[in-house]
Design a protein around this ligand. Structure first.
Ligand code: FES
Length: 218
């Protein structure tokens, strides 16, 4: 048993060791927390919570909101074509059967519609969700009632009511999102699934008639 100065030194050494241990533990804990926070931040950046926001599936309004129309009767936000800012998309709703004239027929038509992300509803009407961005250099493309088509104000790329390329510098047709209907009958647009592979059509692959209107750049 130590007495006097020896015992005191031992006590100091013991207390010193404890302090060092405590200090190490505190530093370790802090570093652990910082690391966990950084990892959480990185994960949040990699996998942001986009539920219901642009970049994920967005539930829009009921189908009845988007009144179907024949191609020539489209009027923005009234018939056939509707803008949804949250989805950055135009919802297209074409009336079925003999009210919509397709240039392709049968299986060929169905293959094209499928490849171009069209959705056919139970009543036989046709739907698509067109991304608002011009595939030339990225301007927002307005739908023009006076042109019965989309016309980009930047360099004049021109697209039919279904986003099909008509003329101008765009390399392909408008891109389109995957869309569906939920059980309640709402339109659901998956803005995380974008089809960027709809080529410029030629006379043998065009789906809808070219609008017979001369559309000016302005
Ligand atoms: S960005 Fe639309 S035509 Fe150039």
């Amino acid at each position: 048993m130590l007495t006097g100065g020896g015992a005191e030194s031992a006590e100091v050494a013991k207390r010193g060791l404890s302090r060092r241990q405590l200090l190490r533990r505190a530093v370790g804990l802090s570093l652990g927390l910082v690391g966990a926070e950084a990892a959480y931040g990185a994960l949040t950046m990699l996998y942001p919570n986009l539920a219901g926001k642009f970049g994920a599936a967005i539930t829009l309004k009921g189908k009845d909101t988007y009144k179907g129309a024949m191609q020539k009767d489209f009027i923005l936000d009234q018939a056939g074509i509707f803008y949804e800012s949250g989805a950055k998309a135009y919802i297209m709703h074409l009336l079925p059967g003999d009210k919509t004239f397709f240039l392709l027929q049968g299986d060929t038509l169905n293959e094209f519609l499928d490849a171009q992300s069209w959705t056919v509803d139970g009543d036989g009407s046709y739907w698509a969700a067109l991304y608002q961005v011009c595939v030339h250099l990225g301007c927002k493309v307005p739908y023009r009632d006076d042109c019965n088509s989309f016309k980009c104000p930047c360099h004049g790329s021109h697209y039919n009511v279904d986003g099909e390329y008509l003329d101008g510098p765009a390399p392909r047709s408008l891109d389109r999102f995957s869309m569906s209907f939920d059980k309640a009958g709402n339109v659901v647009v998956d803005t995380g699934k974008l089809n960027q592979h709809v080529e410029r059509p030629d006379t043998g692959t065009r789906v809808l008639r070219v609008p017979g209107i001369d559309c000016s750049a302005q």
